[in-house]
Design a protein around this ligand. Structure first.
Ligand code: ADP
Ligand code: ZN
Ligand code: MG
Length: 480
């Protein structure tokens, strides 16, 4: 069999974020979600002749905040363009967007470079009504213009991602960042965060980019990861069988896992972009930059750095906590509740065990475990007054009914057997007596053979003894 070529996936994301302004991008209609269709419209967002757009200052402010949060250069002067195409949800026949001079230039979020961020308006929404309720057998399509003209920021990354899971993780970080700065609801299910993924493959080690396809509108983090995975597999098969990837726009159906072609890829020149003649260039002055900067809170990436550098957490743990605001908040609340003695690493180590017990998407702040209880538990383990196994049991009880870990340990008799407690030495002696074969192996230098002896002691002590202490006593009693 000939060695198969190994391919490296290359992924770049294009993300649309609905800005949480009060009104639309170029008119005074209110933004609405879930209202009756076509109640938030006016001559401007319906594209009636003779109407003129006016830029929403709050949307510009949010655009600058996004740029600063993503470390982008902010253009002192940018330009709106018309992107021309026909679709029933686009009454003007063009979308006002930005083209060659976007409001934000190159930046970076974690390991992914940002290519640009620009401002634009959303299209309206087509609703397909069919007897079967399925899009392709629609009897008719109707338009809801409420969404038409909603302010959007489009964020375009460089192709710096190399797996479906990395793409998902990074998008979660982006969402956390945008949520922290308060510019959007960033809800994928509701469409206030929408993501297209560009995917290509190249032979491992190569630095040239392969032909890419574009997966449209994945509406959950899970579907993004599934879609990208499926597309990587599809392209791998094509390339392995000597075929070529053709540049096209694709749809991933999460229900069937199938990828279908929507259209062959359009090019920028197809849209006949030209400068919006009804708008002057967008000028961002120092006062606007200052106002945006002043509103930025500590960003998740900065928080991760602080956890790592000031509190000494390992990098991955620091990121896991900081990139999910509610976990970072709970961690910091626990540290504060634990007082000066609380060890950040010890406290942080208990967060994953907590998350595992409350459900991976749940907010620990709404669980029955108080930050103080978690800090207390971490402190007891660090002080060896309860061992890991017992502490995990205590955590399970805390999740179920709350309370104080010290009292639970007391009530359930889960406290660690004191190292000085002669009782433990006796149990170890009994273990050696009960399994002379294992004891001989350990004497002979086979430390793996301590397993059954340790197991005996753990059973006898109901898991309350300290593993290290047991091993120490075994060696001591066997004269090693
Ligand atoms: P297009 O002109 O087709 O829109 P762009 O160059 O504007 O392409 O890039 C759009 C997105 O596709 C960006 O996120 C970019 O990082 C990504 N991208 C570009 N080329 C590739 C490639 N070969 N493989 C994967 N992603 C790519
Ligand atoms: Zn309007
Ligand atoms: Mg593009």
């Amino acid at each position: 069999m000939s060695a198969e070529v190994e391919y490296e996936p290359v992924i770049g994301l294009e993300i649309h974020v609905q800005l949480k302004t009060r009104t639309k991008m170029f008119c005074c209609c209110a933004l609405s979600f879930g209202d009756e269709p076509n109640v938030h419209t006016c001559p401007r967002c319906l594209g009636l002749p003779g109407t003129l757009p006016v830029v929403n200052a709050q949307a510009v402010h949010y655009g600058i905040m996004i740029g600063l949060a993503l470390g982008c250069e902010i253009a002192p002067r940018s330009q709106f363009h018309r992107k021309n195409y026909f679709y029933p949800d686009l009454p003007k026949g063009y979308q006002i967007s930005q083209y060659d001079v976007p409001i934000c230039g190159p930046g970076r979020l974690a390991d992914v470079r940002i290519h640009r961020v620009h401002l634009e308006e959303d299209a309206a929404k087509l609703v397909h009504v069919g007897e079967s309720g399925r899009i392709h057998s629609a009897d008719r399509s109707v338009v809801d213009f409420n969404r038409g003209g909603t302010p959007l920021a489009e964020i375009v990354t460089e192709p710096d991602l190399h797996s479906a899971d990395d793409a998902r993780e990074w998008l979660i970080l982006l969402r956390t960042t945008l949520r922290a700065i308060g510019v959007s609801d960033v809800n994928m299910e509701e469409g206030s965060l929408r993501c297209d993924a560009n995917v290509s493959l190249r032979p491992k080690g190569s630095t040239t980019l392969g032909t890419k396809t574009e997966l449209k509108n994945m509406n959950s983090f899970r579907f993004l990861a599934q879609g990208v995975k499926a597309e990587i597999e599809r392209q791998t098969k094509l390339l392995r069988s000597g075929e070529e990837v053709s540049q096209e726009t694709l749809h991933f159906d999460p229900a069937s896992g199938r990828i279908t072609s929507l259209r062959s890829k359009e090019e920028a020149h197809d849209y006949r972009y030209f400068p919006e003649p009804d708008l002057v260039p967008l000028v961002v002055d120092d006062a606007m930059l200052e106002a945006a900067r002043a509103e930025l809170p500590e960003l998740p990436s900065a928080r991760a750095e602080r956890f790592e550098e000031t509190l000494g957490l390992p990098r991955d743990r620091a990121r896991d906590l900081a990139f999910r605001t509610e976990l970072g908040d709970f961690f910091e609340a626990a540290l504060a509740a634990g007082g000066a003695d609380a060890d950040p690493i010890a406290v942080a180590n208990w967060i994953p065990a907590l998350v595992e017990r409350i459900g991976s998407d749940a907010d620990p702040a709404s669980s029955k475990v108080s930050p103080g209880a978690l800090a207390g538990l971490a402190g007891m383990v660090a002080a060896k007054s309860v061992n890991q196994t017992a502490a995990r049991e205590v955590l399970t009880m805390l999740v179920a009914s709350g309370g104080d870990p010290a009292q639970i340990v007391e009530r359930e008799g889960l406290g660690a057997i004191d190292a000085q407690d002669s009782g433990l030495a006796e149990v170890v002696a009994a273990a050696i007596a009960a399994d002379p074969g294992a004891a001989d192996k350990v004497r002979g230098g086979n430390m793996k053979a301590t397993g059954p002896l340790v197991g005996y002691v753990m059973r006898e002590t109901k898991g309350r003894a300290d593993g290290g202490e047991i091993t120490r006593l075994i060696r001591e009693q066997l004269g090693l």
